[in-house]
Design a protein around this ligand. Structure first.
Ligand code: SF4
Length: 502
C-alpha cells in the first residue's frame, strides 16, 4: 500500500531541505557586516570602514576570530554582571518553572530528569519558533506527556497532531524517537554533552542546554543570540553562518561559561540577545555588560560605526519558486443533499520533509500552468496513485477553482492553485474498498469533524480556510445555479462553518 508514486506529492517532496544548523533563528536573524578570515583576498567597503573605525578607536587590529579571546579581567566581570541581571530580569517562562529547588546537592535524580525533559522539549520547540508561539504548545505537550516515559509510549500520529502548526515536523519525530531510545535503553537519562549527543535528534545546541541547565555541566550553548552578543562584545564581524566561525564562537562561549552556574549563565546570554542585544535595536543603555562591549566603544568613538554592524549580515539565498496543484476532494455517497461528505487525505512519504503527515491531494508542478493542465495533472495523480478514475468511476458533482495561496517557507515560495472537487462515487463503499487495495499511496477519507481535529500542517489548514472563505463568496455568486450553491453550502456545513440543520 505504501509506496512512492511517480508524482511528487506536494511542494517539498523530493527536494532536500534541512533547517539551518543554528537553532536560534527563532530568536532573531543576524545583521550585516564584514568578514575577517585568512582566506579573504580583498576587502569589502564595509570591511574597510570597520577596519578604519577600529584603528581610530582602538590600537588593536581586528584579526582572525581564532586570535580573539576574553581577558582574565573581562571574564569575571561579564559573568557576575550577566548573572545579576538575569536573576532580576529573566522572563517567567513555563519551562523555567521546573526549578532546581535548592542547591545542587539537594536535587533528586527524578527532579533533574524532569528538568532535563522540560529543557529538551522547550529547546526543540524553540528552534525556528518564537517564544510566544511555543508557550501554548509546550503547556499542551507537558499536560499530555509530562515525563519522558509518557512520551515514549506515544505514536507519531499523536505527536504530529499536537505539533501541527509549529512546522519543521522532523523535530517532533526526533523528540519521539529520542525519548523511545532513552526509555528502551533502560539506563538513566544521559547527563553529559557526549552522552546526550548519542540520542537521535539531539545536536550540540540541545545537548549543551540540557547538560548545563539540568545537570550543571560547564559547557557552552551557542545560538544566534549568543553569536550576536559575543560578536558585539568583541567587535567581530565574521560571517556567523560560516562553520569555522561558528566553531570559534563555541570556543569563545566556552571560555565565558560560569562553572558555578553554567545553566543560568547560558540562559542569561541567550536572554540578553533575545531581549536587550537584539539584531536591529539593541538597548545598550540598559545592557549589563556594556562596559565590556567593544562594538559599543567603537561606535561611541566613530559615528560611522554602529553596534549593529556586528556580526556581518549574511545575504539570504534567493527563495525557490514552486507551484503545486491542490485538489480538495470531497466524496459524497448516495443522496448528495445529505450530510455524509468525506474528504480525501493522502499521507506523505515516511521520509523527507513533512514525513508521514496528511494533506489534500497535491502535485508539484513543473512550473506555472493553466487550469486545464492542472486538472489533467490532478486527474492523472488520482488515477495512478489511488486507482480513482474520476471520469469512469465517479460523477463529478462540482469542480470549482478556489483560488491561489502562497505559502512561504524559509527557502521556498510555494504557490498553490486550489480547487474543490466534489465526487459522487458510482460504486459506493465497495469501490472505496477496491481503491484501498490498489492504491500506491496511503490515504483515508474523513468527515469534516475529524478533519478539524486532525493535526494538519499550517499549509493544509490555510487551504481549508481559503476554501471556506471562497465557498461563502461563491454561494452568493452562484445563487442562480441552486445545485452548485447547495453543494457549496454542504461543504461549508461539513467544515462546521454553517448549519444546514441536518
Ligand atoms: S552594549 Fe549594546 S551592543 Fe554591546 S552587548 Fe550590550 S546591547 Fe549588545
Amino acid at each position: 500500500m505504501i509506496a512512492h508514486s511517480n508524482f511528487k506529492t506536494s511542494y517539498l517532496a523530493g527536494k532536500g531541505h534541512s533547517p539551518p544548523n543554528l537553532p536560534s533563528m527563532r530568536r532573531s536573524s543576524p545583521p550585516p557586516t564584514t568578514v575577517f578570515t585568512k582566506e579573504e583576498a580583498t576587502e569589502s567597503p564595509t570591511m574597510k570602514r570597520c577596519r578604519q573605525a577600529k584603528s581610530k578607536a582602538e590600537p588593536n587590529t581586528l584579526g582572525d576570530i581564532e586570535d580573539i579571546n576574553f581577558s582574565k579581567k573581562e571574564i569575571p566581570e561579564i559573568r557576575s554582571s550577566l548573572l545579576k541581571w538575569y536573576d532580576e530580569n529573566k522572563r517567567d517562562l513555563p519551562w523555567r518553572r521546573i526549578s532546581k529547588n535548592g542547591d545542587n546537592d539537594g536535587v533528586s535524580v527524578e527532579e533533574r530528569e524532569r528538568m532535563a525533559y522540560a529543557v529538551w522539549v522547550s529547546e526543540v520547540m524553540l528552534q525556528q519558533t518564537r517564544v510566544q508561539t511555543v508557550i501554548d504548545y509546550y503547556n499542551r505537550w507537558m499536560e499530555k506527556w509530562p515525563t519522558i516515559h509518557h512520551l515514549a509510549k506515544a505514536d507519531i500520529e499523536e505527536v504530529n497532531e499536537l505539533w501541527a502548526g509549529l512546522g519543521y515536523y522532523r523535530r517532533a519525530r526526533f523528540l519521539l524517537e529520542g525519548a523511545k531510545m532513552i526509555v528502551e535503553d533502560k539506563t538513566e537519562f544521559p547527563k553529559t554533552v557526549s552522552s546526550l549527543r548519542k540520542v537521535k535528534g539531539i545536536g550540540d545546541y540541545t545537548a549543551g542546554a540540557i547538560a548545563s541547565i539540568a545537570f550543571n555541566e560547564t559547557v557552552p550553548v551557542v545560538d544566534g543570540n549568543v553569536i550576536r552578543v559575543i560578536a558585539r562584545l568583541k567587535a567581530l564581524s565574521s560571517n556567523p553562518k560560516d562553520s569555522k566561525t561558528v566553531k570559534n564562537f563555541w570556543k569563545l562561549a566556552g571560555r565565558l561559561v560560569d562553572p558555578s552556574r553554567p545553566g543560568d549563565f547560558n540562559q542569561a546570554l541567550m536572554e540578553l540577545g533575545a531581549t536587550v542585544c537584539t539584531p536591529l535595536g539593541p538597548s545598550c543603555s540598559t545592557c549589563p555588560i556594556s562596559h565590556q562591549c567593544h562594538a559599543l566603544l567603537l561606535s561611541t568613538k566613530d559615528k560611522s560605526v554602529q553596534v549593529t554592524d556586528y556580526p556581518m549580515k549574511v545575504v539570504k539565498a534567493k527563495q525557490r519558486r514552486d507551484f503545486s496543484a491542490v485538489s480538495v476532494v470531497e466524496i459524497v455517497e448516495g443522496d448528495v443533499s445529505q450530510s455524509d461528505s468525506r474528504f480525501l487525505l493522502i499521507k506523505r512519504p515516511d521520509k523527507g520533509l513533512l514525513a508521514g503527515l496528511w494533506e489534500f491531494p497535491s502535485v508539484l508542478l513543473e512550473g506555472e500552468t493553466d487550469l486545464a493542465s492542472r486538472r489533467e495533472t490532478i486527474d492523472n495523480f488520482l488515477k495512478q496513485s489511488l486507482g480513482l478514475d474520476i471520469r469512469k468511476s465517479c460523477k463529478i458533482v462540482l469542480r470549482e477553482e478556489v483560488g491561489e495561496y502562497v505559502h512561504v517557507f524559509s527557502h521556498i515560495r510555494l504557490k498553490m492553485c486550489i480547487e474543490l472537487l466534489i465526487l459522487n462515487l458510482k460504486g459506493g463503499k465497495k469501490f472505496m474498498q477496491r481503491m484501498q487495495e490498489s492504491a500506491t499511496l496511503t490515504w483515508k477519507y474523513v468527515d469534516g469533524e475529524a478533519l478539524s481535529s486532525l493535526g494538519l500542517t499550517s499549509g493544509v489548514r490555510k487551504v481549508k480556510l481559503l476554501l471556506c472563505r471562497i465557498a461563502t463568496f461563491l454561494i452568493f455568486v452562484l445563487v442562480d445555479v441552486p445545485s452548485k450553491s447547495l453543494h457549496l453550502k454542504i461543504t461549508l456545513h461539513c467544515f462546521g462553518k454553517i448549519n444546514l440543520g441536518f
